[in-house]
Write a protein that binds this ligand. Structure first.
Ligand SMILES: Nc1ncnc2c1ncn2[C@@H]1O[C@H](COP(=O)(O)OP(=O)(O)OP(=O)(O)O)[C@@H](O)[C@H]1O
Length: 661
């Protein structure tokens, strides 16, 4: 198939252009392949599936003005995004939805796919094989390819599809999954790039058209009967865009319904579409076969000039020009008169008749659900974990960043402190407290930076795949959290091993183990708190600032370094129990100072400077009872981790409600 599609440009046949023939006849170039697709005889069987959209309307309530203009901000108006849209498509057909920007194409697809949010009021009905779909059935019937390709950059095409198949198909042996993946790759002409990596912004991979095809292939794995695609040709050159549409037409011919929104199709595609719908201002201005479209516009008095692209002409004719109020009124009236003419036409009547016939009470075919046997929660988690791990382990910069950030930070501290000594007057206590402060206060930032840099891409994939019903967003969160464990442990261990022994902290092994065990937690917390907030806050920069502020507040309240705990107002004392810094600092102070003795140099001039040369005195002065709380402090410190996992799961469950598209 690859060669067939890629040779398309070479096999175009030039048709004679007859000046008198109507515009639909005057399409000048068309490949043999396209001609075969257009050929009605090409359909091997009767349509096995039908999709009817009946009177779909969507309204949202919006504030009239911006928040800084209070009088208008307090008022609301109702905006009609979709207005009474109805159409009917049978399997074997590909329908193109055209319209200028903002005409409601994507909203219509969202409405059909049941992905419209709760922001507005959705009315109307969607029937598949004459059976009205219930809300929770939408996801199991439609496959939806979004405008942007959300794919993991470091996986190959075959790996990408295999992981998706493992997430969506249950009870398939690995052999069967491989066969399914191979079949889909063959159907989408991806065989030649099976072992190529997807690629990303900073390193090359497969081409834009191939990425589109991988996104479509991911949807085909579940063998859907209805595929919706939002602007699949956006940002592709026109040749590749044409190839994608021809490919989609081929998919439709294999007993599927394909609905695609498209901005500026080339005129060659005129006959590729079985149906063309034109939208403007949320209304369906026209919906019918390409030939009917030309006849209809001719009958309205708008002939497509010779050598012009009918798509461009008809979309322009039906668009509302808002550059000034006169043009707006004139173009709106024109659009309205064309819409009225369509609603009074036989084409519209015929379409309504088809919807009615489909929905009449009789023996109807069942709803063609996608492969509904989804793997168990544990196996999905396992697949997500392997996928995330594989992707990250190939990201050299990502791995390097993860492992080295803490170490680089340790280098700064070590370089600054150099070597600890035991003389109080030469900073024996102050330097040690400084290192403890830095170890607790700064390690959350490295965790936070990792999450902000690496997680949003995965979050976008989770948003899409959860809408496809492959898994829940929180499962991706959990897989991500599990996959950071080895990296974080190694990274913190490198940091503590370097810093601890370089600056010469207390050399007893249990103290080093305790120091490492404590420092690991803030690093984890920084990353997990960031992940949890990324569930409900979309902008990573805001999350960045939020986590940084929370960390600063936690250090002030909990560490006891800025202000001793016993000197703080009661409310701050209570709040300090909610900070991990309280337990972490107390543990590190105890670990370093317990049973230690410090000396004073003879040059000491501060009276009483040497009164606290015992480490236990230092502990008793600021953290009384730290020794008895040692185990409890550890337990409470580590309790933050499961608590954050739970918080993250809740946050990503909330995200399920927030993100609809
Ligand atoms: N939930 C919503 N609240 C307010 N306005 C909305 C909402 N959803 C869509 N709209 C508005 O409805 C109009 C249609 O949006 P839609 O994305 O469907 O257009 P489109 O035809 O797909 O545009 P484009 O081709 O540029 O993607 C836009 O003006 C958009 O701002």
């Amino acid at each position: 198939m690859t060669s067939e599609i890629e040779n398309m440009s070479g096999s175009y046949s030039l048709q004679t252009v007859d000046k008198k023939s109507p515009p639909d006849e005057s399409i000048t170039v068309m490949s043999e392949k396209e001609a075969a697709i257009m050929d009605p005889g090409h359909t091997e069987s009767q349509p096995s599936c039908s999709l009817s959209i009946s009177k779909v309307s969507y309204t949202v309530s919006e504030r009239v003005g911006p928040w800084w203009d209070m009088p208008s901000y307090t008022k609301k108006w109702t905006r009609q995004i979709l207005n009474n849209v109805s159409f009917h498509v049978d399997s074997g057909e590909i329908m193109g939805i055209l319209g200028n920007s903002g005409s409601g194409k994507t909203t219509l697809l969202d409405a059909i796919a049941g992905r419209i949010g709760n922001a507005g009021t959705l009315e109307g009905e969607v029937f598949v094989n004459g059976r009205k779909l219930r809300r929770k059935q939408f996801q199991d019937v439609f496959s939806y390819v979004l405008q942007s390709d959300n794919l993991l950059s470091y996986l190959t095409v075959e790996e990408t599809l295999t992981f998706t198949a493992q997430l969506s198909l249950r009870g398939y042996s690995s052999d069967a999954i491989q066969k399914r993946v191979a079949a889909v790759m063959a159907e989408l002409s991806l065989g030649h790039v099976a072992h190529s990596v997807i690629g990303g912004r900073i390193f090359p991979g497969i081409s834009g058209g191939e990425r589109r095809r991988v996104s479509i292939a991911s949807q085909l794995l579940q063998d859907p009967k209805v595929i919706l695609l939002d602007e699949p040709t956006t940002s592709l050159d026109s040749m590749t865009a044409n190839q994608i549409v021809v490919l989609l037409a081929e998919l439709a011919k294999r007993d599927r319904i394909v609905i695609v929104t498209i901005h500026q199709p080339r005129s060659e595609l005129f006959r590729i579409f079985s149906k063309i719908a034109i939208m403007s201002r949320g209304e369906l201005v026209f919906c019918g076969q390409p030939g009917e479209m030309v006849d209809f516009f001719n009958s309205c008095g708008y002939e497509c000039p010779e050598y012009c692209n009918p798509f461009d002409i008809y979309v322009d004719l039906t668009s509302v020009d808002t550059r000034n109020s006169e043009r707006e009124v004139a173009t709106y009236n024109r659009m309205h008169s064309i819409t009225s003419a369509y609603q009074n036409s036989d084409i519209y009547e015929g379409m309504l008749g088809k919807i009615q016939k489909c929905c009449q009470p009789q023996e109807k075919p069942s709803i063609p659900f996608k492969s509904r046997t989804s793997p168990t929660c544990a196996s999905k988690l396992w697949v997500l974990l392997r996928r995330t791990m594989k992707n990250l382990s190939r990201d050299r910069m990502g791995v390097l960043m993860r492992l080295s950030q803490n170490l680089i930070y340790g280098l700064f501290v070590a370089f600054f402190v150099m070597r600890l000594n035991d003389d109080v007057d030469r900073g024996a206590v102050q330097d040690r407290i400084g290192i403890i402060y830095q170890s607790i206060a700064a390690t959350p930032y490295t965790g936070m930076l990792n999450a902000v840099a690496l997680f949003p891409a995965l979050r976008a994939i989770a948003d899409q795949e959860s809408m496809d019903g492959l898994y829940h967003k929180w499962q991706m969160f959990l897989a991500y959290v599990i996959h950071i464990i080895p990296f974080s442990v190694i990274s913190v261990f490198i940091f503590t091993s370097f810093l601890y022994w370089t600056v010469g902290m207390n050399p007893e092994p249990w103290r080093f183990a305790s120091f490492s065990g404590v420092v690991l937690v803030p690093h984890f917390i920084g990353e997990m708190l960031t992940l949890a907030l990324l569930g409900v806050v979309h902008d990573p920069n805001m999350v960045n600032s939020g986590v940084a502020l929370l960390n600063i507040a936690g250090v002030m309240l909990g560490s006891g370094f800025l202000r001793s705990n016993k000197d703080m107002p009661r409310v701050f004392q209570w709040l300090s129990y909610l900070t991990f810094q309280k337990y972490g600092c107390e543990l590190l102070i105890f670990t370093e100072f317990h049973s230690s003795n410090f000396t004073c140099s003879e040059s000491s001039v501060v009276p009483g400077a040497c009164s606290m040369i015992s480490g236990d005195n230092i502990i008793d002065a600021s953290y009384p009872g730290a020794e008895t709380r040692f185990t409890m402090d550890f337990l409470l410190l580590y309790a933050f981790l499961p608590a954050l996992v739970i918080l993250g799961i809740i946050s990503f469950r909330i995200r399920d409600r927030l993100i609809r598209r």
